[in-house]
Design a binder for this molecule. Sequence first.
Ligand code: PEP
Ligand code: MG
Length: 595
Amino acid sequence: MTSPASRKPKSPQPKILRLSGIPASAGVAVGPAFLMDTHHVEVVKRPLKAAQVPPEIARFEEALIQTRREILDIQKKIATDLGIEHGEIFDAHLMLLEDRSLIEEVIQRLKKEKLGVEWIFSEVLKRYVRTFSRIEDEYMRERTGDLEDVGRRILRNLTGAKRASLTDIQKQAIVVAYDLSPSDTATMHRRNISGFVTDIGGRTSHTAIMAKSLEIPAVVGLEGATRQIHSGDLVIVDGTSGTVIVHPDREMVRNYEALRKKLLDLDEALLKVKNLPAETPDGRRVTLLANIELPEEIPSVIAHGAEGIGLYRTEFFYLNREDLPTEEEQYQAYRHVAKAIQPHSVIIRTIDLGGDKFISKLKIPHEMNPFLGWRGIRFSLGQPELFKMQLRAILRASVHGKIKLMYPMISGVEELRQANRLLDQARKELTQQRKKFDPDLEIGAMIEVPSAALTVDLLADEVDFFSIGTNDLIQYSLAVDRVNEKIAYLYEPAHPGVLRLIQKVIEVAHERELWVGMCGEMAGEPALALILLGMGLDSFSTSAVQVPRIKQVIRSVPTFLAKEVVKEALKMPTGRDVEAFAKARLHQLVPELGD
Ligand code: PEP
Ligand code: MG
């Protein structure tokens, strides 16, 4: 028996920390954190002996040289890839590195205070950043960001902190990152990731969309997550409410484990509608589809009872590789998807690069407003050979299943005509090569730019169907960047302006006898789906996990009731009012969906 004196003192339970962010992917995950980012570089206060001061100064100088080398490398690479003027932005970084007053201040304080250089440097840096941000001169104020960037680089070199990689994850963990790149998210399904949280991002950033597709609970836009969570900390991620709890006590863990089970049970129970048609009680048939980014998601699409793929985001095929996919490779991939989803159809969307999806191989220049820049169809029309290669691959695959083709980011008739002209050329090229394709391939346009939403009558002459991309339509019509967590509260799918646009699109498309679907995240939110159903939307495409929920809504609500909800909703002055009302009605009409 151990005597009380020899018993180890219990380490105190660290303080429970509750963080609140943007719910990105529903579900609960509990586990140890895996910190990926060194965006915030941790520095400790280390007292030094007098003899340690000169080597510490040498270490600082070495870090400055190494940082200079890194910046010159990046500058060279950018100048070669994008042109000299793009490389020039790094001149400001280099100048800051050579700022003698900053360097001298660090060295003098180091000698006087005898503390580790990373601590002294970060203190001096903070003071500089404060001073820069208060300067009246706009040019100088804008240098604050440069200063922070260079400072972070120097700190990383001093502390040896490097960005971790998803491949370093050995056992189930919750990833904590500043942000995840499309290449990170594209490999997430192969790693032991039970949940993730990021400092930045909004509900429809590619990171959030991918989390939903992979059924990984996630919270984004947590601002200080990488600062407040350390590797190994026990973390609870509640992706339904957007809450993250660090160092939870036993009772919290028990409660959240119970909630996790309840949610999984609800998912399981909802699967009972899997093989039933998406039909309202009065017999109106709706098409219920799923979105995919990677062919690996097809089994989940089928398992959740979707009747096909309403959006295949092909740009993910271009990620995580050194080269560009050839026509043959793309043909094989699209053929595989078309065959795997038989007897249903797949809507293949041509690449939508730019915005928050970039690949290094294609030299997309850095832009001030990438979401308003060289993105989607604009990029494809600017690279006709690359675009035609994808079109030929899609056309060739079309004889192996039911394929439809769709263009992203259409803003007007001219773009649509140009895209169709290139499609015609691709058809001619294939005919010359005696390669087969479906001559009746249906062509659709995404409606995600307000000018397209307002000119559906004109676009109708050029296509066979429309698909409303609300992720972008909301950001463009409300002028709210979809990935900016600071203004995420303004990103309102139920905003009266958005609802009116959607209603108009459906109405006009139907007047022109074209079917209209929705593949934005809004189509997967049960309360809003109730409104969309009442507006007469023909097809809903959402992440596979949401399919049973939306089917339950469709199967529970007769058309006349859904129309009544629309009538009331359209009278309401704010998005919040609409959302609260739709949720309350959903609760009454489809109680089995829970809270
Ligand atoms: C959309 O904008 O709603 C959409 C489905 O496309 P993405 O999210 O890929 O931009
Ligand atoms: Mg879009």
